[in-house]
Design a protein around this ligand. Structure first.
Ligand SMILES: Cc1cc2nc3c(=O)[nH]c(=O)nc-3n(C[C@H](O)[C@H](O)[C@H](O)COP(=O)(O)OP(=O)(O)OC[C@H]3O[C@@H](n4cnc5c(N)ncnc54)[C@H](O)[C@@H]3O)c2cc1C
Ligand SMILES: NC(=O)c1ccc[n+]([C@@H]2O[C@H](COP(=O)([O-])OP(=O)(O)OC[C@H]3O[C@@H](n4cnc5c(N)ncnc54)[C@H](OP(=O)(O)O)[C@@H]3O)[C@@H](O)[C@H]2O)c1
Length: 424
């Protein structure tokens, strides 16, 4: 029997490779025309815009046995990352295992396995399925009352800044996407408004000319994240500057409880008065935007950089993934394993600065180790299943973010490595 991987983005590629190297028969389906997922610029699944550079440095982000070229900058561009994934798939012989331009339209149970129906109509049966469909492709839009006379778009549709030429632009949202688009807009627009809700920590890309995240990884000692937050938060506030000094909300969470903003330019622009910060939007009327404090301003374009929904459109019902409506996400052991032993695994469904692609590869190595252990070491596999069930039955941890999928990169990688060792 064959295993199916859905998606050939970073997590899907890691999954194909892990299963292949474990000697398991694997094939993959990718709806796009090539590999790379988010990094295949212009593909239907991609939210990457022309100016995107990594926010995690190349040393911490690249797969550990496939480093990015030495001559590349510390934070490569999306053009380089797209090339990186094509080279990765070539190098490890993954292309022949992937069917392109043909996604999984439907996944339903078939005996003890799963039947996939592809976009082009073919059906095939699989023993188990690794779902690596990404979670930054389905836009989340707030419900704003009123009729806006200008252009409204989600950041997913935003590609390059010439659309801002001479326009009054409003960007809504202060994730890393919102920050990048504010910087893009400042160079082209007539005026830039920025509507923000919650606060977040800012960390610089470089400290003393070196990528700021590298030293976080060079540690054998995994301190609890609250302690690391206490130690590093004052440094981040000192080096990047406290966000509230630039008119942004003060973060109410600790540094390592969410992905921080890694953007050294946006605070500089705020300090220069290049953008005006506003409260969340209350309503719109014609070209007028009314904010929650009843201030008003004018805009020609609104870009909602307000995040993404987690979706699995090919599954008729989500209970096999232990779906939690209150989180809008499944609850999975190590973000991978549902409590039911049903042959479904999820790869890449995580938030967490520092996880990079090595963190995704550890997830897929664990899936491969588990699938092998089921055949070769049933006692170890059974013990692992009990771990899964215990975790999924326990109350959800409160510090795992809005969707409950946030991981601390140091703890996560350590836990994944230990689990792989336990399964042999
Ligand atoms: C602008 C931007 C910048 C980012 N920067 C960083 C960064 O600096 N560092 C970092 O670590 N992460 C970054 N990320 C996060 C990024 O999502 C990950 O790097 C990575 O792409 C996630 O890989 P993935 O394989 O889980 O998902 P994706 O890259 O989204 O890939 C999912 C793939 O599944 C395919 N697919 C979906 N549904 C189906 C289906 N039904 N059938 C077949 N195929 C399907 C899609 O076509 C896609 O190719 C960034 C994201 C964005 C949007
Ligand atoms: N250059 C890069 O490498 C790069 C660039 C972009 C994105 N990324 C990564 O991609 C992922 C997605 O990032 P993202 O920025 O698209 O999404 P995100 O991290 O989910 O951020 C969404 C933002 O929108 C805000 N928001 C939601 N509804 C709002 C409303 N009604 N009014 C005002 N603000 C509202 C949220 O505020 P609250 O905090 O209040 O919820 C949050 O600040 C992240 O992992 C990110 O790090 C990386």
């Amino acid at each position: 029997m064959t295993y199916l991987v859905i998606g050939a983005g970073p997590a899907g590629l890691a999954a194909i490779r892990s299963l292949k190297e474990a000697g398991l028969a694997v094939e993959a389906a990718e709806r796009n025309a090539d590999v790379g997922g988010q990094w295949l610029y212009g593909a239907q699944s991609s939210a990457v815009y022309a100016s995107t550079h990594l926010i995690s440095s190349k040393a911490t982000t690249a797969f550990s046995d496939f480093p990015m070229p030495q001559e590349w900058p510390a934070y490569p561009s999306r053009i380089q990352i797209e090339e990186y994934f094509k080279n990765y798939a070539k190098h490890f012989g993954l292309y022949p295992l992937i069917r392109f331009n043909d996604g999984v339209a439907k996944l339903e149970r078939s005996g003890s396995g799963w039947r996939a129906t592809f976009d082009k109509g073919e059906t095939r049966d699989y023993e188990a399925v690794v779902i690596a469909n990404g979670h930054l492709s389905d836009p989340l839009l707030p419900n704003v009352p009123g009729n806006f006379s200008g252009t409204v778009m989600h950041a997913k549709e935003y590609k390059s800044p010439e659309i801002f030429d001479g326009k009054r632009v409003l960007i809504c949202g202060m994730g890393n996407t919102g920050c990048d688009i504010v910087v893009d807009a400042i160079h082209r627009a007539k005026s830039v408004l920025w509507s923000v809700r919650g606060g977040n920590h800012f960390v610089p890309k470089f400290i003393a000319g070196k990528p700021a995240d590298v030293r976080n990884h060079n540690t054998k000692l995994v301190l609890p994240k609250w302690l690391r937050s206490m130690l590093h938060e004052p440094a981040a506030r000192l080096l990047a500057g406290p966000p509230e000094r630039f008119g942004l909300p003060k973060p109410t969470h600790r540094l390592y409880d969410r992905t921080p903003i890694v953007n050294s330019l946006v605070l500089l622009h705020l300090g220069q008065g290049d953008a005006a910060v506003h409260k969340p939007i209350k309503s719109v009327e014609g070209s007028t935007v009314i904010f929650e404090d009843d201030k008003r301003d004018e805009a020609d374009i609104i870009v909602f950089a307000t995040g993404y929904k987690i979706t699995f459109p090919f599954l008729g019902e989500l209970s096999p993934l232990n779906w939690q409506p209150q989180f809008g996400a499944p609850r999975l052991y190590m973000n991978v394993f549902p409590p039911e032993d049903n042959g479904l695994f999820v790869a890449g469904l995580l938030e967490g600065a520092g996880v990079g692609w090595p963190g995704r590869a550890l997830q897929t190595d664990l899936i491969a180790a588990y699938l092998k252990a089921r055949k070769e070491k049933p006692a170890a596999a059974q013990e692992f299943r009990r771990e899964i069930e215990r975790y999924c039955a326990a109350p959800a941890n409160k510090d795992r973010g809005e969707h409950g999928i946030f991981v601390d990169f140091l703890q996560d990688k350590r836990d994944l490595k230990r689990a792989i060792e336990r399964l042999g």
